[in-house]
Write a protein that binds this ligand. Structure first.
Ligand code: AKG
Ligand code: FE2
Length: 343
């Protein structure tokens, strides 16, 4: 496979540079390094390595889908995963991209998963929903029940945090930069992709394009033009691809016998209620004997709680009764009720 590489560009002071923000807004993505502390990335790598089968093992052979199937999603008992998901530098970067404040963001996805490189014969056997060589797609259909707003009104940021080195494992994500409002690869509405409207969802590239050509013969060449324009991220551990729900992109094949660990995280604007939270509600993790959810809420900052939907200072929710009740629920874990006391 021929790659057209993009290298990550450095964040200074754990902040996005203005040209990274501009690129995300104009072209639909930016690819950055050094946003998150490297010791936290290392901690997360260790947690992830313990949780996913070794490449080449029988257990790995059964995994050919996107995501962890709920096994490694937010909130997690792996403290490093929660820390990463809610990291202030991440919230700040995403708020910058969406031109909003941290407490106006809402978490809607955080999933740590493994992709495995299998021999070609296995891929063929895996069939039309195989995740190895994905069809070019946009992510909005299974994140929102609406359609992305026009390009200059982005409502969400999705990101992939890479925990490996592409030179060892392969599988770079491909993206198609949007070259201005008249880019023929970005017509409106965005509906010409398997899985949208009446079109069947098919993940595997060759199966998807064969089906799409049968259904929309006039658009075969146009779909091929998306593949022709794709660029590939040359990732290292800790690099992040920030992208949009309306940008064309896809996962590409791994090196045989290798494993790629990544985390997909999405934040939406609070007002964009049509963007679904993809995981079980956070509160469902309460009741466990180790009280990890309660501890997480108690130890989070006001902004971190806000992104989970916790009532903010000044919310109508707060009254003498709720202040006393929330304090009674979380005070023993170190929750400080004082910031919520304001009227
Ligand atoms: O695995 C990748 O690099 C991209 C995955 C992806 O875009 C998806 O599954 O929606
Ligand atoms: Fe995707």
């Amino acid at each position: 496979m021929q790659y057209n590489w993009i290298d990550s560009s450095n964040c200074s002071q754990h902040q996005l540079a203005s040209k990274q923000i501009e690129q995300w807004r104009q072209q639909g993505f930016c690819f950055v390094s050094n946003l998150l502390p490297s010791d936290l990335v290392q901690e997360l790598i260790q947690a992830a390595e313990q949780n996913f089968p070794e490449p080449g093992s029988d257990a790995a052979a059964d995994i050919s889908d996107f995501g962890s199937a709920g096994k490694f999603t937010f909130p997690s008992r792996k403290v490093s995963f929660n820390k990463m998901t809610l990291h202030p530098a991440l919230l700040s970067a995403i708020a910058q991209l969406l031109n909003t404040k941290e407490n106006e963001l809402r978490l809607s996805q955080a999933d740590l998963w493994a992709k495995y490189g299998r021999a070609h014969s296995d891929e063929t056997k895996a069939g039309i929903q195989d995740n190895a060589d994905q069809r070019i797609h946009v992510d909005y259909p299974n994140h929102t029940i609406a359609h992305p707003a026009p390009w200059d009104r982005p409502e969400a940021v999705e990101m992939i945090l890479y925990l490996d080195d592409v030179s060892k494992v392969g599988g770079p994500t491909a993206v198609v930069p949007r070259e201005g409002a008249d880019d023929p690869r970005y017509p409106w509405p965005i509906v010409d992709s398997p899985g949208i409207g009446d079109l069947r969802y098919i993940n595997d590239r060759s199966n998807a394009e064969e089906y799409f050509s049968q259904q929309r013969p006039a658009l075969t060449d146009w779909r091929q033009s998306l593949y022709a324009a794709e660029r590939h991220v040359r990732f290292k551990p800790g690099d992040i691809l920030f992208y949009r729900h309306d940008v064309w992109h896809r996962g590409t094949p791994m090196k045989t016998g290798k494993r790629r660990l990544v985390t997909n995280i999405t934040y939406r604007k609070a007002e964009a209620e049509w963007i679904s939270t993809l995981h079980t509600g956070w509160a469902w993790s309460a009741y466990s004997d180790d009280k990890f959810l309660e501890k997480l809420i108690a130890s989070s900052s006001l902004d971190q709680r806000a992104v989970l939907g916790f009532p903010q200072p000044g919310s109508n929710y707060w009254c003498p009764e709720t202040l006393a009740a929330v304090d009674a629920r979380y005070g023993m874990f170190g929750f400080d009720i004082r910031p919520y006391l304001q009227v």
